[in-house]
Design a binder for this molecule. Structure first.
Ligand SMILES: CC(C)(COP(=O)(O)OP(=O)(O)OC[C@H]1O[C@@H](n2cnc3c(N)ncnc32)[C@H](O)[C@@H]1OP(=O)(O)O)[C@@H](O)C(=O)NCCC(=O)NCCS
Length: 151
C-alpha cells in the first residue's frame, strides 16, 4: 500500500478569506523545464460554493500569476480541467490562459466520465511552451525518483 507523508518542498499554497473565514485555496508546484527554467503546475483551486462568483477565485489565481511574473525563473503555467467543467475553462480563459485543447483519457485512471481534460497554459516573457497535447506535463504527484526533475 502506498505510504502518504507530508512533503513541503516545492509546493505552494495560498488561502482565500472572506470576512476572516477561510473559503478557498489555490495549490501549485514548480517543475523544471528542459531549458532550466521553471513551469508552474496549478494542481487545484476551489472556493466554497456559497462564496463563488464573488471574485475570490480570480483573486487567488491572479495572485499566482502575478507572483510567477515577478519570478524571472518561471516562464510557464499550466493546468488540467475536466472537460465537463466548462465554467472553470471559461474562468481560466478570462484570466489569460490559452485553451490548448483536449487530452483524451487523462482522467481514465481516476474513473471520470468522460475521462478527458482540457489543457490550459500561459507562457510568460515570450517563452516557448513545453506542455502540449502530446506532453501534458507531469501534473501528478512526484515520485521519489522524480525529485531531481522537480524544481
Ligand atoms: C472555479 C472556481 C475556483 C472559481 O472561483 P470563483 O470565486 O467563483 O471565481 P470568480 O468569482 O472570480 O469568477 C466567477 C467565474 O468563475 C467561473 N466559475 C466556474 N465554476 C463556477 C461556479 N461553480 N460558480 C460560479 N462561477 C464559476 C465562471 O466563469 C464565473 O463567471 P460567471 O459569473 O460569468 O459565470 C470556483 O467556481 C470553484 O471552486 N469551482 C469548483 C472547483 C473547480 O471547478 N475548480 C477548478 C478545477 S481545475
Amino acid at each position: 500500500m502506498p505510504r502518504s507523508r507530508p512533503r513541503q518542498r516545492s509546493r505552494c499554497a495560498s488561502a482565500g478569506y472572506f470576512n476572516n473565514l477561510f473559503v478557498g485555496f489555490v495549490g501549485s508546484r514548480p517543475e523544471k523545464r528542459p531549458d532550466g527554467k521553471q513551469r508552474l503546475y496549478i494542481a487545484a483551486i476551489a472556493v466554497l460554493a456559497a462564496y463563488r462568483g464573488l471574485g475570490l477565485g480570480s483573486q487567488l489565481m491572479q495572485s499566482v500569476v502575478d507572483a510567477a511574473k515577478t519570478d524571472e525563473t518561471v516562464t510557464e503555467l499550466y493546468l488540467h480541467v475536466h472537460t465537463s467543467n466548462t465554467r472553470a475553462v471559461t474562468f481560466y480563459e478570462r484570466l489569460g490562459f490559452e485553451n490548448v485543447g483536449v487530452i483524451a483519457g487523462y482522467y481514465a485512471a481516476a474513473g471520470l466520465t468522460p475521462p478527458d481534460c482540457v489543457l490550459l497554459r500561459m507562457c510568460l516573457d515570450g517563452a516557448e511552451p513545453t506542455v502540449d497535447l502530446a506532453h501534458g506535463g507531469m501534473g501528478a504527484p512526484a515520485r521519489d525518483d522524480e525529485d531531481e526533475a522537480t524544481a
